[in-house]
Design a protein around this ligand. Structure first.
Ligand SMILES: Nc1ncnc2c1ncn2[C@@H]1O[C@H](COP(=O)(O)OP(=O)(O)OP(=O)(O)O)[C@@H](O)[C@H]1O
Length: 383
């Protein structure tokens, strides 16, 4: 049965390349977290209905099910098929998972860094004209992440599944000239493991590789020493039991290199700096008067920042890069235990403020009244 929300309540949706989080404003964590994938069964297969499955419902081993990933590197891909798939996922979340009547709900959706105006317009169009929600707000994902920590100044380093966003924020506003989004994140580590364990894993077993990554990897504090040293690793530490029951041994080189990718992208042939270097570059692009607010509050968010040892290594590297400058002694990397869902939590907190619904969202009536100049309406209500 569909439920109705209090008219002031919001459904908060955080779209990620790996996972979509959805739930109600004012709550501490999302009600639903599903993988951002949709599976469609071929309707021409004898005995198979033309059905669509979402996230964890999909049997990844089923060869008759075609998989679709509508979000790539944090941005919805630009084909009609991907937008339709995204709409289907949102509808599934609202109607099937949260059991809500879309026409009664207000939605706050997170906005990835450097998303285009056209994408925001298309998101608004789908929510108002196809799903039919009552009002919609669009808020910058890193601004929400910082808000979840109770701060309005600092630099957010958000390492998700599809991308890493590095965003200096001052008084709640992102500074676009110093903002970076880089294609280096959790999926690159997962893919590295898939490739290096191809004797044991098939390409479609990316969820197994993801599990290995989350359970086994530890970021080395000193890469060369860890690689060359004879640190004692027990068999237990290097063995992993696959869902089939097979126990595989993952050699030290694979484990250490996988965990090092975010600091040394050349391991996967990417010619970009590691996350600490790019964070430092971003801080140096900020006005000199703002830099102290940034380097004393480097705020980690996103699931990949949960990797063991990441926080410590990040702080160590930034200190090394900035040693000899006035910033050297005051560098502080902050990581809250809830950082995996920081953007969603920030959205939940913000949308529960009484003024949020009054000033920061567009209503369906406004959308319909705007006619052809909707682009400026969407822009006005994107924060
Ligand atoms: N303990 C852990 N160690 C390493 N990686 C982890 C850990 N926990 C979660 N992750 C990884 O975090 C990623 C998901 O994080 P998150 O939900 O922030 O990304 P997303 O929002 O889906 O992607 P994006 O924001 O990049 O579009 C996955 O790659 C997941 O494997």
């Amino acid at each position: 049965m569909e439920a109705e929300l209090d008219t002031k309540e919001f459904v908060v949706i955080d779209n990620g390349s790996g996972f979509i989080k959805a739930g109600f404003s004012g709550e501490d964590s999302p009600k639903v977290v599903i993988p951002s994938v949709l599976g469609k069964y071929d309707p021409t297969e004898p005995g198979r209905p033309a059905i669509t499955k979402f996230g964890n419902e999909i049997d990844l081993k089923d060869p008759h099910c075609a998989l679709y990933f509508p979000i790539e590197r944090s941005i919805i891909k630009d084909t009609d098929q991907d937008w339709e798939n995204m709409r289907d996922i949102w509808e599934h979340l609202i109607k099937d998972q949260l059991q809500l009547d879309p026409s009664t709900i207000n939605v706050l959706i997170t906005d990835p860094v450097l998303n285009s105006r056209e994408n925001k317009q298309r998101i608004s169009q789908i929510f108002f004209e196809s799903i039919g929600v009552s009002s919609l707000g669009i808020m910058s994902s890193p601004v929400l992440s910082l808000f979840s920590t109770g701060k309005t100044r600092g630099i957010v380093v958000d390492i998700g599944d599809g991308s890493t966003s590095i965003v200096p924020i001052f008084e709640g506003f992102a500074l676009p000239h110093a903002t970076k989004r880089i294609p280096l994140s959790g999926i690159d580590i997962t893919n590295y493991l898939l490739q290096n364990l191809s004797m044991h894993l098939k390409p479609e077993q990316f969820t197994v590789a993801r599990g290995i990554k989350e359970e086994m990897l530890v970021v080395p504090q000193d890469y060369e020493k860890t690689m060359n040293g004879k640190d004692l690793i027990t068999d237990e530490e290097s063995c992993y039991e696959l869902p089939s029951g097979e126990i595989i041994k993952i050699n030290k080189q694979t484990r250490v290199n996988a965990a090092e990718i975010l600091f040394r992208p050349s391991i996967i042939n990417k010619e970009i700096g590691g996350i600490p270097e790019i964070t430092a570059e971003s801080i140096f692009k900020c006005d000199i008067d703002l830099r102290a607010d940034m380097y004393s509050n480097i705020s980690l968010s996103g699931g990949t920042s949960m990797m063991r040892g990441f926080h410590e290594r990040m702080e160590k590297e930034i200190r090394t890069i900035m040693s000899g400058t006035v910033m050297g002694n005051e560098i502080k990397v902050v990581s809250d235990s809830f950082r995996q869902h920081a953007a969603w939590i920030g959205g939940s907190m913000l949308a529960s403020l009484s003024t949020f619904g009054q000033f920061m969202v567009m209503s369906k009536a406004e959308w319909e009244a705007e006619g052809t100049i909707r682009q400026s309406l969407v822009h006005k209500f994107t924060f």
